[in-house]
Design a binder for this molecule. Sequence first.
Ligand code: AGP
Length: 609
Amino acid sequence: MCGIVGYVGQRSCTDVLMDGLSRLEYRGYDSAGIAVFENGIIKVAKSKGRLKDLADKMDREGRLEGHAGIGHTRWATHGEPSDRNSHPHGGGSVTIVHNGIIENYKRLKDFLLSKGRTFESDTDTEVVAQLLDYYYQATPGDPVKAIIKTMKELEGSYALGVVFADFPDTVFALRKESPLIVGLGEGESFIASDVTAILQYTRDYYLLEPNEIAVLSKDGAKVYDLHYQEIKKERKTADWDVSAAEKGGYPHFMIKEIHEQPVAVKTTIAPRITDGMPDLSECGITPERLREFHAINVVACGTAMHAGMVGKYVIEKLAKVPVNVDIASEFRYREPLVGEGDLVIIISQSGETADSLAAMRLAKELGAKTLAIVNAKGSSIAREADMLIYTHAGPEIAVASTKAYMVQIAVMYLFAFELALAKGVIDEAECRRLTALLQETPAQIEQVLADKELTQKIAAELITADSLLYIGRGLDYALSMEGSLKLKEISYIHSESYAAGELKHGTISLITENMPVIAVATQKRLYEKTISNVKEVKARGAKVVLICREGCCPDQDVADHVFQIPNFDDLLMPMIAVVPLQLIAYYTAVLKGTDVDKPRNLAKSVTVE
Ligand code: AGP
């Protein structure tokens, strides 16, 4: 996720861009840059690091002065955070800033290379800049025509701010999936990824829809479709305060981030799939290397550790390699038996969790190879690991992790598919089938997100409980751990997760009518077994919420609420079934009136032991 701002008018463009970017820094902050028309010529200033680093650079090297331009704050997807990979990127007469991901950039880059074009960065964005210029050279004088031709070639999600050297008083914008608004002021126009960036100048804006192109001048904005027909847009007026706007209109970052999950999954997996097959070679993971490992340890904390639990079930089932999951603070002090020939996977959103970092250093000392699955670019765990897979969830602001968990498990699936293939346990056809299923999960997640009424109703009944139990078997057990943690950390209601088959060995004595039970039963093979356990708790008075697949028809009196999720492949069910668990936790916390995004006693990144 990145932030885009653009301006054309009478004010100092640099002031407007830098101010707007500061309000979008939550969208990404590993590098920043601006392009401004100075005396009719495009000048660029960009820097790795925070916006402050860009401001310092301009203080040292000279500030750009002009009245039209574009700006960007970045959360790296293609290419490490560096000055070279920072936006804006240029291609001949075109300079652009980009939010999103171009899935077919490799093919487009090959095409442009064959036309003699050269590239300065590792980004997918530069490919778009070059393609725009390529088409513009074919129809000089008509940027919109070049934009339309380019959009027809691009696959993926994107929002772009564009300037053409031949049009010094004009800013162009276009989008598909990634958000972009066009701000309308008196004698000035803006673009922004989020209305927050321009609220202090104007509250009037157009919402740019997918496949629309905006042409901005100081006198206003015109919007075109892909047939070059002008579209009459409805002018909207923002009535949010600035902090609400940063949340894109959602009341909390947590619910916004829950909604970002389908895009986060696409953005994370798309660059790691080539011709329908998992391809982690860019992350240093090759079939030859994978064949060297005899055992795997996953080490992490909290939610990231729960993602590791899902990984354990999936890797063992598919690749037949033993996987041990450890809490990092335990691993580092228990003299673990790992060494040469072992792989230790460290999962972390922040990449700075003290115990996970220490565990990784220990694993390296012991001779194991380490693979980090990390969201924050350039973080300590990312820098020190032998191999690295970045998740592309974008910045996660809410302390309760949701979208980071989702992409962590998405990566675990890709890894398991590639490992199983490398070990010869599955063949290419099966690997292709599984990869295609993974690509379908964003649509399934969308479907669950479309109707929240039942989760709200369930939450309303949970707020009076003092304690809850989450139960499941196999992958559903791994998932109930995450459901339970989510609920307790933000609603402050005590809860435990239990392997459903283990209840009878002690814990069932806790069951009364005051102990609600959330049962997860999405696995076909284990469904009847879990339902038997559900009947046992129901018979002892528990209120039961059952999460199962569509088409399952439990007896009417088995559960008080049945939440049915789309009928999908057993193995991939956690990616879909986690959504109602997140929503139940969220709405329970909202109804209890807790500080959802910043729950008491917790920090987003735990950098101390
Ligand atoms: C989950 O909602 C948490 N807030 C917490 O458990 C978190 O997952 C854990 O602290 C690990 O953080 P990391 O992913 O940044 O390493």
